[in-house]
Structure formats: C-alpha cells, structure tokens
Design a protein around this ligand. Structure first.
Ligand code: N01
Length: 534
C-alpha cells in the first residue's frame, strides 16, 4: 500500500544525529518525518548490544550540550557508559523532547530521488510509503552498515550466529557453551573478556593483532560529576578546541617524543598507561606524524603485552607489528589478561595454512584444524562512512546516482553536501571529522549548521542549496593533504576502506575538529560560500 505525504524535512536515522535534527526542525516550526530501521531510537547504541559494549569517550563528555537542563539532570553512573545506559539516555531524550511522534520505526528508506521540476525529494521507504520533502538529512551514522565477510559455508552454521553490530535484542546465552569470535577490533576486544567469563570455552580467531590501551573504567565519582556539571560550559568550550573534541580536562603539556630523554619518555608513557583511555597518543605530537617516534610508543605497548600474557607463544601472536594508532586505537578492560584464562584460546588466522577456510555446520575450519562451536560471533566491523549512505539509492539532478558519483571514493564539500544533490545533507559525512572526533559534539555541530542553513535559505527566499564542483574538489584535496602530513593513510584501516573488498582506497575522515568548525562557520558567515544558492 502506498501513502503520500509532504513534509519540509525527511531525516534518515533516529540515532543521536537524527534525534537532535528532529528536535531542531520541530523547534523551528518545520514539518519533519524520520525513518528508522530499528524498533526504537539510539542508532549505533540500539544495534550494538553485544556483551561489553560501551563508549570510549567519557560519559560526561559523550552527552548532548544543546539543553542545559538535560545536561544537569541526567546522571551517568560510570566513567565510560555501557551500551544499555547510553541507549536509555537516547530514549530519555526522545521522550523528554517528544520526538517519537515524528519517527516511523521499523522502516528503512530505500530510495531518494530529486525532482528538478518542483525542486523536491521523493523519498520511498520499505513500507511502501512515498514522502515528498524539500530537504533530506542523512543521519545514517558512520559505522552502521555491518560487514559480514563472505566466508564459504557461513550460512550453513547450525549453532547461533550473530554480528556484534546487529546483535539480537534477546541476547545470547554463553554459559558452558563453545563460543567462537572472529575479529579483534574495538568490538571484539570489548566482547572477548566478558564472553570469556561465562563461556565453557572461547576461541578467538585473530587475523591482525591490535594495539589496545586499558580504559581504567569505574563508577563515576559523584563529586567529579558535580564538579564537571558546575563547569560544563567552560569544559565543552575547551573540548571543542581539542583535536578530537574531548578530553580537555586531562590535557598534558604537548611535547616531541624524539626530542625527549628516553627515561622521561618512559615515565610519561607509564603515566598515560596508568591513566588509560583514548588520549594515550596525544601528549607527544610527533607520534602520529613520524614513524620513528610512533615506534617508541608502539614498543612500549608491545612490552606491556609481553608482561601481561603468561604464555609466550600467545603473547607473540597478540603482539602487533606496525604503527600504533594508525588503525583506530582500541580501549579495553582486561583484554590481554583474558588470555591467561584456561578457557580461552587464540587462533592466528593471518597465515595461509591457518586462515579460515570455511564455516561448517558445526564450527570453523582453519587449514587442517576444525574448531567445534555452539555459538559464532562476527566482530568483523562495518562498511564505514559510505556504507549506510550508499545502501539508499540516492538519485540527484540529471538522474545521477550517488553510488556512481562516489565510484572512485566519496567526494563532498565539508562532509555536508555533494555536488549534484541539492538540499541533501549528510551528518558527519565523509570529509568531516566524524569518527575522529567525539561523535555527539560532531553531530550537534552539523545539525546546528544545517538548521541555520535552512533558516538562511528561507529568510532569503532561496529554494535550494548545492555544493559547487570546484569547492568539492578543493575540499577533497584539503582532506587528503591534511591526512598526508600524518601516518594515518599508510595503514590498511577502515578509515581508508581497506576492510571492504573492492572499496576505493580514500582516507575518508578529516583530521582536526577545531579548524574544521572554524571553516564551517566562515562558510556560513560568507553567505554559504562554495555552495550555489538558487
Ligand atoms: O570493527 P573493525 P569493529 N576474517 O573493523 C576482522 C567503533 N567502535 O566493529 O584487522 C578474519 O575495527 C578484522 O581483521 P583485520 C570504532 O571506531 C567503537 O571492531 O582486517 N577476520 C578486525 O580484527 C571501531 O574502530 C567502540 O585483519 C576478519 C575485525 O574483524 C569501529 O567501530 C566499540 C575478517 C574488525 O575490526 C569498528 O570496530 C566498538 C575475515 N574475513 C566499535 N573480516 C567504542 O567506542 C574482518 N575481520 C569503544
């Protein structure tokens, strides 16, 4: 059955970006409908229900800033919030600001096409509804299109099979079971210690060893929470001047590793290791720019692994080569310690003879060895940044498809707009700091910029806004040139799309939140320069 509706704005996705977008549109008197594939709000925090899932930005900083009462009243319980707690926060925001009536749950947008005659988008959803909208805001998230590798026999597995990013709501019982997990990125490294506590036996299939830093999580000290809340405005402002838009409270004097006395370097790294968390690489400014400096930090962590893991052969397999932080740095709780448990074994599947050859009805075959399993978890990541955008068939001016325009990799202006796709905005799109900054701060900045932009169009009688081709080209060159001054583009990470076979190799996020925000503000102040307003 098809249904026709007319609105000002269609929002795709009811995660943190979508929720705030709805709120802004309602507050500025616009009609809005949001389509959400899940049965509830929360996005990432709705789908990633795997054991151990939590955020690695501190709770007090991973919160909306747009409403002072919300900020003051919500109480976080741990330094790093668990997935259920963050989901409750998203649900609370949806209820508090009465956003649910604008959301159509269990409904996915399948296509969006721009009609040049009436300058509107026609948005089709999988429930058969067709919506006409002036603006489309893609709030689809950067890590929401799960990557299920095509391993032979995958669908023949007779036990329980799940992906961490599409984890079943009812959970999975591990007690006494033979459990296997493929993948040792952030998701796998969070899940492994928790699953190991109850599983009969846990087998970890590791293709690449990872650098990971202890989180040092714990209950949130009420005095600390009160102090932060008393100074929220200053802390948020200071965070926005930080490279990743978080952590200003823990800032230490910035130094150069290669110019620091080795003993002093070690003392500082010990301090950072004991403190834990994502700012581990931020004290020495050459670590992410100079491979020689990076190796000093990498070797420090390798030593920690060798000291922690008792079995030397397991320690050797867990010790990563390469550069630290070049793939997303992982933050863990008891990860390396878990390999000292008798019920955990590590299978190195990186080499030809031992790689995963196929999945069988009863387990995983690696070379000559078969691992019998009752449960198999895929912690194999996402088609990052572009996957969830290209899942929707987006057709712009002249019938051009976004998938074709991005055939050689994503090209945007400010990570917000694409030439040929008027009035379509991407929240934390490729070419914006997105995954390299505190996601809530980044989404708020984008939503406010988009909302102000729509106000500007209306106030000045414009119907459309569209990124100009030369500004897109210059922006893509800018994103690359910033990345090329660092080690980031040199690794086979999901930042460059290397985890998805056939995906064009492009460094997708922009490094550095503060300079980016300054540029966005400048563009807006100069009547949206680089965009064509018609
Ligand atoms: O995914 P990943 P993730 N056979 O892509 C392996 C955010 N996040 O879900 O490295 C065997 O990092 C793959 O191996 P390799 C965060 O930004 C944040 O863990 O390609 N193995 C790798 O080990 C993070 O970076 C939080 O050789 C295969 C793993 O699967 C991002 O999400 C928590 C394979 C995938 O690692 C993604 O993290 C969770 C195959 N065919 C996630 N295919 C926090 O805030 C893939 N792998 C804490």
């Amino acid at each position: 059955m098809s249904e026709q509706a007319n609105v000002d704005v269609v929002v795709v996705g009811a995660g943190f970006a979508g929720l705030y977008m709805i709120h802004r549109m309602v507050r500025t008197g616009r009609s809005v409908v949001c389509f959400e594939g899940g049965t509830d709000v929360g996005g990432t925090w709705y789908w990633n229900r795997y054991p151990g899932c939590r955020c690695d930005v501190e709770s007090l900083e991973y919160s909306y800033d747009f409403d002072p009462d919300l900020q003051q009243e919500w109480q976080w319980t741990e330094k790093y919030a668990t997935q259920p707690e963050i989901l409750r926060y998203a649900q609370h925001v949806a209820d508090r600001f009465e956003l649910r009536p604008h959301i159509r749950f269990s409904t996915r947008v399948t296509s969006a096409a721009f009609d040049e005659a009436d300058q509107r988008w026609t948005v089709t959803a999988d429930d058969g509804t067709v919506t006409s909208a002036r603006f489309v805001v893609m709030a689809t998230g950067c890590l929401s299109s799960a990557n299920m590798p095509e391993i032979e026999g995958r669908d023949s597995f007779q036990g329980t099979l799940a992906h961490t990013g599409r984890y079943p709501k009812e959970g999975i019982e591990f007690t006494g079971k033979r459990v296997g997990i493929i993948g040792t990125g952030s998701s796998g490294i969070q899940a492994i210690p928790v699953i190991a506590r109850t599983a009969g036996h846990l087998t970890v299939f590791q293709r690449t060893a990872q650098f990971t830093i202890p989180a040092r999580n714990g209950p949130l000290d009420p005095a600390e929470q009160a102090e932060v809340k008393a100074n929220y405005a200053e802390i948020v402002a200071a965070n926005k001047r930080m490279f990743g838009a978080f952590g200003s409270r823990h800032r230490r004097p910035v130094r150069v590793a290669l110019e620091t006395d080795p003993e002093e370097f070690r003392r500082e790294m010990e301090l950072l290791w004991e403190r834990g968390g994502s700012l581990f690489l931020s004290t020495f400014r050459d670590l992410m720019r100079d491979p020689a400096a990076n190796q000093l930090a990498a070797e420090f962590v390798r030593e920690k692994i060798r000291q922690t893991v008792r079995d030397p052969e397991t320690a050797r397999k867990l010790t990563p080569d390469g550069l630290i932080g070049c793939k997303r740095l992982v933050i863990d709780t008891d990860y390396f310690e878990t390999y000292n448990r008798p019920n955990v074994s590590l299978v190195d599947v990186s080499a030809k003879g031992t790689s995963i050859t196929r999945i069988t009805p009863t387990g995983v075959q690696c070379g000559d060895e078969h691992h019998e399993l009752d449960v198999l978890i895929f912690a194999t990541g996402f088609d990052a940044m572009t996957g969830s955008l290209l899942r929707v068939d987006i057709v712009g001016r002249g019938g051009q498809r976004l998938a074709d325009v991005w055939d050689g990799g994503p090209v945007t202006y400010l990570g917000l707009g694409v030439h040929g796709f008027p009035n379509l905005f991407t929240v934390t799109g490729p070419g914006s700091p997105s995954v390299l900054a505190n996601m809530i701060v980044g989404t708020e900045q984008h939503v406010e910029w988009i909302s102000d932009c729509i106000d500007h169009l209306d106030a000045n009688g414009y119907r459309t806004i569209e990124a100009q081709p030369e500004s897109v080209q210059r922006w893509v060159e800018h994103v690359n040139s910033v990345a090329d001054q660092t080690i980031f583009p040199t690794c086979n990470s999901w930042y460059v799309g290397a985890n998805i076979p056939g995906k064009p190799r492009v460094f997708m996020p922009l490094l550095g939140f503060p300079a980016y925000v300054d540029r966005c503000n400048e563009v807006a102040a100069n009547a949206y320069e680089g965009f064509a307003l018609a």
